[in-house]
Design a protein around this ligand. Structure first.
Ligand SMILES: Cc1ncc(C[n+]2csc(CCOP(=O)(O)OP(=O)(O)O)c2C)c(N)n1
Length: 328
C-alpha cells in the first residue's frame, strides 16, 4: 500500500475488515446444530489490525512469514480470503485448513506464508525469530503476533534477546487489548505499555491505535520498511479493544463482564464503522455503494458456511495418523 489516502486502498481495506467481521459474527451467532467444535476465540473489534498488516505483507514477493496466536481468524481470512476453509476447520471437516484436526486455534495458510497459529500462549514467538534468521539475507520479514498476556511469558523476552543479538528481521507484534483471559492489565503488570519489553534488548518499537486505519497504515508501513531495509527486529504494540468475550460465541449485548453496547458507546471504537464513516464522509462513497460491498461479502460468507456444513468429517483412521509415534 503506498498512498494511505487513496480511495481504492480504503475500499480494499473495508472489504478485508468486513469479511473478518461477517465471518466472526457468523461464528458468534452459530446454533448448536451448526456443529462447531472446540473453543473459539473471536476478536470482534480488532479486525483492522490484521486487515491493514495483510496489505503490507507478501509471501509471494518477499517470502514474508507470519505466525499467530490463539486469536487468529483475521490473519487466516485476510491472507487466504477463504472463509470456507476456516468454517470447515472449526466444524471439524476434512476440507478445513488443518484438515479438521486443529480447530479455531490451529490455523495455517502455507501458500500465503501463514505458517501456523497455536493455543499455547507465546509459543509462536521464538518460531518467528527462527524464520527471521532464515530470511536474514533476503528482503523478507517474519512476524509473530501475541497478546499483552503473552508478554508475561519469559520466552517473549528470550526471543527479543536472540532477535536483537542475531540481528534478524522479526516483528514482535503485540496486540494489547489489556485483558488476559479475565484479568485486566493492572491486575497483572505494573504498566500498561508493552513496548517497554523491547527496551532492554534495544529493539526499535512502534505504537499504534487498533481502531485507527490511518495510524495503523503509517505504523506498519514504517515498521516493515525499516525491517526490509535494516534487517533488524521491531516491536510493534497495537492498542485494541475487543468487543467479544475472551472465548466462546459470546457476542451478545450482555455477557459476563462485557457489555458490547456500553463498550461501543464508551470508546466509540468500532473499526468497521470508523472505516465506513470515513469512506462516506471523506471520500463521498454512497450508502448504496457500501451496502453493495457488504451484501457481496455476506453472500460469500453465507455460501461458505452452507458449503462447509455439508462437507464430510475426516475418518478416525486418518486422525490416528496425527497422534504421534506412540502406537506405531
Ligand atoms: C502457556 C499457556 N498458558 C496459559 C494458557 C491459558 N490462556 C489461554 S488464553 C490466555 C490469555 C492470553 O491473553 P493475551 O495473550 O493477552 O491474548 P488475548 O486472549 O487477549 O488475545 C491464557 C492465559 C495457555 N493457553 N497457554
Amino acid at each position: 500500500m503506498t498512498n494511505a489516502h487513496d480511495l481504492k486502498t480504503l475500499i480494499d481495506l473495508f472489504k478485508r475488515v468486513y469479511l473478518v467481521r461477517t465471518a466472526e459474527e457468523k461464528l458468534g451467532n452459530a446454533k448448536p446444530s451448526d456443529g462447531l467444535y472446540g473453543p473459539i476465540h473471536l476478536m470482534i473489534g480488532q479486525e483492522l489490525i490484521m486487515s491493514v498488516l495483510s496489505t503490507f505483507f507478501s509471501h509471494e514477493t518477499y517470502g514474508d512469514i507470519i505466525y499467530g496466536s490463539h486469536r487468529s481468524h483475521a490473519c487466516f481470512l485476510t491472507l487466504s480470503q477463504n472463509p470456507y476453509k476456516l468454517f470447515a476447520e472449526i466444524m471439524g471437516k476434512k476440507t478445513g485448513c488443518s484438515q479438521g484436526m486443529g480447530g479455531s486455534m490451529q490455523l495455517s495458510c502455507l501458500e500465503k506464508g501463514f505458517l501456523g497459529s497455536s493455543s499455547i500462549i507465546s509459543s509462536i514467538v521464538p518460531m518467528a525469530v527462527g524464520s527471521a534468521l532464515k530470511l536474514k539475507s533476503s528482503q523478507g520479514v517474519a512476524i509473530g503476533f501475541f497478546g499483552d498476556g503473552a508478554c508475561e511469558e519469559g520466552i517473549v523476552s528470550e526471543s527479543l534477546n536472540l532477535a536483537a543479538t542475531w540481528q534478524v528481521p522479526a516483528m514482535f507484534l503485540c496486540i494489547n487489548n489489556q485483558m488476559a483471559s479475565h484479568l485486566k492489565i493492572h491486575e497483572r503488570q505494573t504498566n500498561a505499555n508493552m513496548t517497554r519489553f523491547a527496551i532492554p534488548h534495544e529493539v526499535k518499537s512502534f505504537m499504534a491505535i487498533g481502531s485507527d486505519p490511518f495510524d495503523l497504515m503509517s505504523t506498519f508501513d514504517l515498521a516493515i520498511k525499516y525491517m526490509r531495509e535494516t534487517r533488524l527486529p521491531t516491536f510493534v504494540e497495537v492498542r485494541a479493544l475487543k468487543m467479544s468475550e475472551h472465548v466462546g460465541q459470546s457476542i451478545n449485548e450482555n455477557y459476563g463482564h462485557y457489555n458490547r453496547g456500553k463498550f461501543k458507546a464508551a470508546f466509540n471504537i468500532d473499526p468497521c464503522e470508523i472505516l465506513e464513516q470515513s469512506l462516506k464522509r471523506q471520500f463521498g462513497c454512497s450508502k448504496q455503494e457500501i451496502d453493495g460491498i457488504k451484501k457481496e461479502i455476506e453472500n460469500v460468507v453465507n455460501d461458505a458456511w452452507e458449503k462447509a456444513k455439508k462437507d464430510p468429517s475426516p475418518d478416525v483412521s486418518y486422525m490416528h495418523k496425527f497422534l504421534g509415534a506412540a502406537d506405531q
